[in-house]
Design a protein around this ligand. Structure first.
Ligand code: NAD
Length: 270
């Protein structure tokens, strides 16, 4: 159902790879709510071509950008404002990748060059995005910037290895840039800490099925889906959450408040 929550708002959505991507669901919901936006992803991700289907469905243009490249981001923000005919109201950072996870490196055996790559792609890129937006004065007052995080920033999930550090940095960047952009332009910056979700990035983590089921059984509401995450993101882009900033917002069906659940007790007692 549409509530016209984003009528007249313009934005950039990073990270829609395929239909399962959280960013894909956000784009579909944002369109439904009346937003106009530009889609972007790393040039290498474009090769799959899936994003073209989304662009067609949302009547959106695509501008490739490697989020670790300030030059690409400058081009993206300049072109997005030209295409949309003005400054932006929202930005979604839905980006994550760890070469160490992809190549099966255990925590005690990390490749440090890849560790730096993980941090650059999954966290520092968020700083670069806001740095470019600020330098170009690309956002309107009361704009909203959201990035996606995971509870491994606060708790230990052994297979999440260096991504857990990237998420901790990402959440810290949200607080620090949130202060800066809040003071200068009343722009809010938040991270959403999402339940395990069956996407390309999610299922790439070792033992994903086990911790997906574990989280589902621990959470009184069950795991939050990608569609539900999109709904929540839309509220953060809307004018209904203007004073929410510098927060890491749990969107996890209650998981983060649990110690143990009856479902888990039953499972272990069997
Ligand atoms: N899936 C989960 O279980 C889960 C849970 C919590 C948080 N998240 C976070 O949600 C976000 C989106 O992931 P997803 O689950 O939708 O998976 P996804 O694989 O669909 O999306 C990850 C995206 O990052 C993009 N990307 C990678 N390197 C990039 C670069 N250099 N420049 C620009 N884009 C780049 C990929 O092309 C892809 O579109 C990530 O930050 C992820 O960590 C996912």
């Amino acid at each position: 159902m549409s509530y016209n929550l984003l009528k007249g708002k313009k934005g950039i959505i990073f990270g829609a790879l395929d239909e399962k991507s959280i960013a894909w669901k956000v784009a579909m919901r944002a369109k439904e709510e009346g937003a106009e936006f530009v889609l972007t992803n790393a040039p290498i991700a474009m090769r799959m071509g899936e994003i073209n289907k989304l662009a067609e469905a949302c009547n959106a243009q695509i501008i490739p950008a490697d989020a670790t490249s300030v030059e690409d981001l400058e081009n993206l923000f300049t072109k997005a404002q030209e295409i949309l005919g003005g400054k932006l109201d929202f930005v979604l950072h839905s980006i994550g990748s760890s070469p160490n996870i992809r190549k099966g490196k255990a925590y005690g055996d990390l490749n440090y060059d890849w560790f730096l790559k993980t941090l650059d792609i999954s966290a520092i890129s968020f700083h670069k995005v806001m740095h470019v937006a600020e330098k170009q004065d690309a956002m309107n007052e009361w704009g909203s910037v959201v990035a996606l995080s995971y509870i491994a920033a606060q708790r230990v999930f052994p297979d999440y290895t260096d991504m857990s550090h990237a998420k901790a940095v990402l959440e810290s960047i949200a607080r620090n840039y949130g202060y800066r952009l809040g003071r200068s332009k009343k722009i809010r910056v938040n991270t959403i800490s999402q339940s395990p979700t069956k996407t390309t990035a999610g299922t790439g983590v070792g033992g994903f099925d086990a911790f997906y089921d574990y989280a589902d059984k621990m959470s009184p509401l069950g795991n939050a889906s990608a569609e539900a995450c999109a709904d929540y993101t839309i509220t953060l882009f809307s004018d209904l959450t203007r004073y929410v900033t510098m927060q890491n917002l749990m969107h996890d069906g209650g998981f983060s408040s649990m110690g143990i659940s009856e479902d888990i007790v039953d499972l272990i007692s069997k």
